[in-house]
Design a protein around this ligand. Structure first.
Ligand code: CDP
Length: 229
């Protein structure tokens, strides 16, 4: 699919920041699939739904209007997320959603309920799509697949800088453990686990600036004539 660039990788590896910039440079649409799983989790928690009931969670997704769009408000959000007409762009980043989202995302029924939404986005326009299984399951025929990584410590440092810039060592440890717990669940699930597609290009971002990562991906995309041009 010449219109899709897939960016997968573990939590807080920089997929959103990098993906958004790559999309801008190529004139593509940026879509963060994690927000769909976060919105579904938020809705389930709000309704008091247990996160271990896959079929019930899928039913919730089928009967909920989830919309993910480019940010319309300049309050630091990376995207607009609406659930049944309510702006939940900040709620979906809350710690309780972080804690439960991987359990929700592990259910085959939940993943099946979200497949078509993701495919439809890229059928409408050239898209840079970030997630865990974009290159392996959603668009195995993507024109370019990137697997973005960084050490757990670097990822925790980045997530903390984004969410609690004033926090100290204790908060760092908590964020590190939460990221690692989520990665472990995402890697070990049976359906669409987090893993690098055989034909994905891995970029370890530990010692690279955002600009360097973006330029590397844009160069790869241009060389393959994929993305929005
Ligand atoms: O922003 P961050 O990297 O912390 O996470 P996210 O991309 O918002 O994804 C949140 C969670 O949704 C992940 O930990 C996965 O459990 C799930 N997810 C998934 O299973 N498949 C995707 N394509 C995207 C996210």
């Amino acid at each position: 699919m010449a219109r899709v660039i897939a960016i997968d990788g573990p939590a807080a590896a920089g997929k959103s920041t990098v993906g958004r910039r790559v999309a801008e440079e190529l004139g593509s649409f940026y879509f963060d699939t994690g927000l769909l799983y976060r919105a579904a989790t938020w809705q389930a928690l709000r309704q008091g739904m247990p996160v271990d009931d896959g079929p019930a969670l899928a039913k919730i997704i089928d009967t909920t209007a989830i919309e993910v769009r480019p940010a319309s408000v300049g309050d630091g959000r990376l995207a607009d997320v609406w659930v049944d007409g309510q702006d939940v762009s900040w709620q979906v980043r809350r710690p309780e959603v972080d804690r439960h989202v991987s359990a929700v995302a592990a259910h085959p029924e939940v993943r099946a309920a979200l497949v078509e939404v993701q495919r439809a986005v890229a059928h409408r326009q050239p898209t840079v799509m970030a997630g865990r299984d974009i290159g392996t399951v959603i668009f195995p025929e993507a024109c370019l697949k990137i697997f973005l990584t960084a050490s757990p410590e670097e990822r925790a440092r980045r997530r903390l800088a984004e969410t609690q810039p004033e926090a100290g060592a204790e908060a760092f440890q908590a964020v590190l453990e939460a990221l690692q717990a989520r990665d472990e669940l995402d890697r070990s699930r049976e359906v669409a686990p987090l893993r690098k597609a055989p034909d994905a290009i891995e970029i370890d971002t530990d010692r690279l600036s955002i600009d360097e990562v973006v330029q590397r991906i844009v160069a790869l995309a241009r060389a393959r004539a994929c993305g929005g041009q």
